[in-house]
Design a protein around this ligand. Sequence first.
Ligand code: GDP
Ligand code: MG
Length: 441
Amino acid sequence: SLSDRLGGVFERLRGRGALNEGDVRAAMREVRIALLEADVALPVVRDFVEKATEQAIGQSVLKSVTPGQQVVKIVNDALIEMLGAEAVDLELDVTPPAVVMMVGLQGSGKTTTTAKIAKRLTEQKRKKVMMASLDVNRPAAQEQLATLGTQAKVATLPIVAGQQPVDIARRALQSARLQGYDVLILDTAGRLHVDQALMDEMKAVADIAKPDEILLVVDALTGQDAVNVAQNFSEQVPLTGVVLTRMDGDARGGAALSMRAVTGKPIKFVGVAEKLDGLETFHPQRVAGRILGMGDVVSLVEKAAETIKVEEAEALAAKMAKGQFDMNDLRNQLGQMRRMGGLGALAGMLPGVKQVKQAMASGAADDKVLIRMEAIISSMTPKERAKPELLNAKRKIRVAKGSGTTVQEVNRLLKMHQEMSTAMKKLKKMGGLKGLGALLG
Ligand code: GDP
Ligand code: MG
């Protein structure tokens, strides 16, 4: 895998302060090979490597990972950024009917994806959806969509023999308008290869239908070829997004990166099965992991970054042992836990937080619990935060009211703080954080 390769390149560099240009370039040669192996198109690879190189040079190396692992993390993050960090939904907030037009080569999955999207909009967004097939080339193409419509419980435009695509589009629009549909999805014909007749047909249909979304459907398994297809389509019709199908196969994900780079449009969905609920929103993280053939490395580097927080924790621990760990510190820790979706540097190691930790692991507690705890602390006066023992029954009632919680919850939080302090004092006797393992059992 890429991380193994980079391991070799960087073996001699352990303990260096920052990634220097020569090292990074050496590593990027391996990255380049990995991307090509994942089927990313060559011009895209070149561009990407250049950008990632710039980002990596001069970054300081985390103490507990190898520079190679860190480069992988940088590359991974750059991939995610390039793939589009967040999922982008369909933009259907228009005067109905919103029109979605599907384009792409024959066999790319247009008809299947049309039905998948229709089903999703019907079931998840409560939209009234109509589908229409404009495919008059392939025998029984219109029947194929009608069958899928029955399966998905979505309406299809009645078939009229002998009509041309533009006329079908016109009729579909009219029906959708008259019958009050929210969304009309037009499934167009494909060709085996991009040709001008096909493009002209697309353009004529787009002129009539004025689609709000034009989605290019591409088979992820076609790898490098997909790039030419995307290039051609995006030059001739104003695409709004891409759907990558057959991501359930052994596609290495490279097409995703190429699509985004070539069309400049977001990947809106990925097809992950033949069946009609085999459609997912696009997850850049997963695809990045697939391209790099890793997964483990990123979490490893993240763990290392946390290890560095141990130093931060030692400082906090010293404060605690002196009895100076107050509610402000606790609030910071809770905020950190919430943001990291896990445990704060210190909080994660302490027995007082063990219950919260267990509750979180079992799914019984979530962000909401942490937010409530933070709210309780925020409702305390500065004096109370510095000296929680000031909180008598009357003050507890005030704090509970102010934070929209209960006195019970306030008590639980105070107990947690108390336990943390006690644990820290014990710990000090046992010789600092190193004794932590023994204490936790
Ligand atoms: P069209 O010619 O572009 O309309 O392509 P179709 O929708 O007819 O799909 C061609 C074939 O690909 C069919 O057998 C589909 O079941 C299959 N297919 C489409 N999308 C996916 C997908 O995401 N995963 C898998 N495994 N098969 C798919
Ligand atoms: Mg079709």
